[in-house]
Design a protein around this ligand. Sequence first.
Ligand code: MRU
Length: 375
Amino acid sequence: MPTEQHETLKWIGGVDGCLRMIDQTRLPVEFAEIDCRDAAAVWEAIKMLRVRGAPAIGIAAAYGVCVGLQTVLDADEPAFFRRLRETVEYLASSRPTAVNLFWALKRMETKADSLRGRPVRKIAESLLTEARAIHEEDRQMCRAIGRHGAELLRDGQGVLTHCNAGGLATADYGTALAVFYSAAESGKTLHVFADETRPLLQGARLTAWELQQRGIDVTLICDSTAAQVMREGKVQAVVTGADRIAANGDAANKIGTYCLAVLARAHDLPFYIAAPSSTFDLSISSGAEIPIEQRDPREITHGFGRQTAPDGIQVYNPAFDVTPAELIAAIICEKGVIRPVNEKTIARCFLKAREQEGKSGATNETTASDSDKAV
Ligand code: MRU
């Protein structure tokens, strides 16, 4: 399998460096990178979906804290921490649904608080190390998700995915797409159907591009074609990513995901979610508490520069929907495969991983023995 892979995010230089990212709004026609040198640039990149996908947003925000602190590297501690709080709050206001954003910002803040009393430049250096750790851990999570998920698929199967949960959405080769890449690495031939994913076409612009670049057999379909490919027996499983998973397993993902889960149930096909532990929000009991981002109506009425609806039309444009846990056959995370999906199995999975971390002295990392079986 060709392994054409581009780095979605990278930090350039030292503590006074910058965050370089692929500008995903310009794909697939143009491959361009942008350098973010202050928090405003990172905020804008997240808001405008230059960087998007839950794990990638979290990583970008962590580095965003680092660029945001560059103006106070020689300041006193109160000014440094004031700026830290402002930057964290500001970046947190960029997008509401993907919990990875808040998870990464919290982790950066906690790290900084643990270092109070040290010279602020040293704290800033440690925060850069923390952002790099978040980045590296996400790479490892992608690989573990890929390994666990690949076992659920059989050679020759057709699989359907929605939006982009690939390398462009993460530090490595994705969550849902990691499952396909890993299956391909282990010698299985899959045929992927990629929903185009209206209104912003992440499936067409990003997933189709990414899979094609990596030599995976992929067919692009309109979102409304999903039921038909299922009825025709062309797909045997659906795998998507997630932006936030509640304690009971309800999962928010790109608008249209819920619809796919209902269709999968109607056609007796397994619907899987692939997501790292940073996407779980165990502080909320169900998907009803997940804040859903509402986006600009013009994404629907004037998509990609052309007016396609009458002036003054009312528009409803939620960016995400919530799939109830009972429609999810399994959640594939780096800790293992959670099945059935409910509050108990999720809690057990996290508890077991914590116990293993305790035993091995590991912090956030997945060990090979984590679980190759369902939990
Ligand atoms: O609006 P987007 O493009 O950020 O939405 C992204 C998704 O819904 C992805 O499926 C999700 O973040 C998982 S990415 C591994």
